[in-house]
Design a protein around this ligand. Structure first.
Ligand code: NAD
Length: 512
């Protein structure tokens, strides 16, 4: 692979943007549906590519390629499978900056943040490199007289991964390295807003020596998703996206007999107790609220100030937010644009709604100086104070650089507020009181907790997942839960005959 997207972009004519492809059976395949979406550079507003939207026939082709590749890949030795994983890891490590640049060009996040995303995705690849150990079963000798028992975990078959726009590389990497290392084949349907990272990864897999058909990229919209969700040969679906779609994916996929893990949206609270280091809390609130322009499922969007610290904390956050430089992510800015014009308009609309519902706009990102050329999709860092639980800026997932401050009097009120929220992805407490932190992690109904850590994204060898409306299904992503999701257990009970065994006995087998 000498340059990005050599084989996955068709030549453009004149000034028209290039047209991307699918990746089926180990090579780039032009779209045939006649339906396309625009891919934009969010920092300039320019259309940079057209992405094909798959037809149902193309879903069939993608699943057929994954189905055909499965038996051989499943039977490829663990040693050979993990050698491909290690090569993929080395290539990814060497070329991470290329992938980060692609992410910034389509998502808009600043380059350092894109590089961080790639690094966190790579952790999951490294975890999957340990698959021989992770797939080890148990064995019991002489469980009954002369009878041995052992367990194995086997791959499922073709599995689908459907990913959101906000982590074009990391979120797919939560799933496909583990699925592939465990012996499955994968059809990835990336977000139509940011398709290029997936195509880049497909080329990397080819270079790493992955057999054709083991990794497929199917670009598209609801037609592609519904085709995968209902296809009888797709055995499992891993989805990440907004809560309404996650619920739909879970209900439809399970109704079609599939194993489904569907990670949804979030409203993450950061509780600051009166004894906290307020400068640390202010730094971290800004990092977690405005990093990636708030387009992270683990972003902090609600800050709960407990007791009489609120005025001081709001002042410190406002000073820091005003000092941030927003602009083109390739120019060393702190914060980039939102992903689309529609996202920019939606987030600005929420700020206006919050103001009309009674919140105080302490820092207003609707207008400002943005370091970029063209018509980028910018909203600057925004701080709202005096937010109430009945306001739409609190009840809805805004998914933008808007930090809302809620004021409560006691720790108990803070925990009640967090637990009453229908989402349960991540939360953080800032305090120097170990007893309070310990109580918080025990009482709060949220899947991932940070103690003086604002964005507590688990390492790849733990599992990632929220509670309540933030995850539908039983299994979290990556870690041992990921291995479990992509494998089925089998227990073998065996007796090698010797002359002392035999004879008729129609009773239920009992140990002896
Ligand atoms: P989205 O739900 O709009 O899209 C996610 C995927 O679903 C995309 O591939 C998209 O093409 C597809 N899709 C969209 N509408 C569909 C429909 N009607 N039927 C079938 N498929 C459909 O989400 P997004 O805007 O791309 O991503 C942002 C959302 O993802 C936020 O809500 C964020 O919190 C969430 N997210 C959650 C996590 C997590 O781990 N819980 C991680 C990242 C993002």
């Amino acid at each position: 692979m000498t340059s990005t997207l050599n084989s996955t972009a068709q030549a453009s004519t004149g000034d028209a943007p290039p047209t991307l492809t699918h990746w089926i059976g180990g090579s780039a395949r032009p779209g045939t549906s006649g339906r396309y979406g625009d891919v934009t550079d969010p920092a300039t507003g320019a259309v940079t590519a057209r992405v094909p939207f798959a037809s149902t026939e193309e879903v069939e082709q993608a699943v057929a390629a994954a189905t055909a590749a499965f038996p051989r890949w499943r039977d490829t030795s663990l040693t050979k499978r993990t050698q491909v994983l290690f090569r993929f890891r080395e290539l990814l490590n060497a070329r991470a900056p290329e992938l980060a640049a692609l992410i910034t060009a389509e998502h808009g996040k600043v380059l350092s943040d894109a590089a961080g995303e790639v690094a966190r995705g790579q952790e999951a690849v490294e975890f999957a490199c340990g698959m021989p150990h992770l797939l080890k079963g148990g064995a019991t000798e002489n469980a009954s007289t002369g009878v041995d028992v052992h367990s194995v975990r086997q791959p499922l078959g073709p599995v689908a991964v459907i990913s959101p726009f906000n982590f074009p590389a990391m979120v797919p990497m939560w799933f496909f390295p583990i699925a592939i290392a465990a012996g499955n084949t994968v059809v990835l349907k990336p977000s139509e807003k940011v398709p290029s990272a997936a195509l880049w990864v497909a080329e990397l897999w080819r270079e790493a020596g992955l057999p054709d058909g083991v990794f497929t990229v199917l670009n598209g919209d609801k037609v592609a998703v519904d085709g995968l969700l209902t296809h009888p040969d797709v055995k499992a679906v891993s989805f990440v996206g907004s809560t309404p779609i996650a619920r739909y994916i879970y209900e439809t996929g399970t109704a079609h007999g599939k194993r489904v893990q569907a990670l949804g949206g979030a409203k993450n609270h950061m509780v600051v107790l009166p004894d906290a280091d307020l400068d640390l809390a202010a730094d971290q609130a800004v990092n977690a609220g405005f990093g990636s322009a708030g387009e992270r499922c683990m972003a902090i969007s609600a800050l709960v100030a407990v007791g009489d610290i609120a005025d001081s904390l709001v002042g410190k956050i406002a000073d820091r937010a005003r000092g941030l430089r927003t602009g083109d992510g390739r120019r060393g800015c702190d914060m980039g644009p939102l992903v689309t014009r529609a996202a920019q308009e939606r987030v600005s609309g929420y700020i206006t709604a919050g103001e009309s519902e009674g919140a105080t706009v302490v820092v207003d990102g609707r207008t400002g100086q943005f370091d970029a050329d063209g018509e980028g999709f910018f909203v600057g860092p925004t701080l709202l104070d005096g937010v109430g639980t009945g306001m739409s800026v609190y009840s809805d997932e805004i998914f933008g650089p808007v930090l809302s401050v809620l004021r409560v009097d006691t720790y108990e009120q803070a925990v009640d507020l967090v637990n009453a929220n229908p989402y349960g992805n991540g939360t953080a407490i800032f305090t120097n009181d170990g007893g309070a932190a310990r109580r918080f992690q025990n009482e709060v109904e949220v899947g991932m907790i940070g103690v003086n850590v604002p964005v507590p994204v688990p390492m790849a060898y733990y599992s990632f997942g929220g509670w309540k409306n933030s995850l539908f299904g039983d299994t979290h992503a990556h870690g041992t839960e990921g291995v479990h999701f992509y494998t089925r257990g089998k227990v073998v009970t065996s007796r090698w005959l010797d002359p002392s065994h035999g004879g008729l006995d129609l009773g239920f087998p009992q140990n002896s």
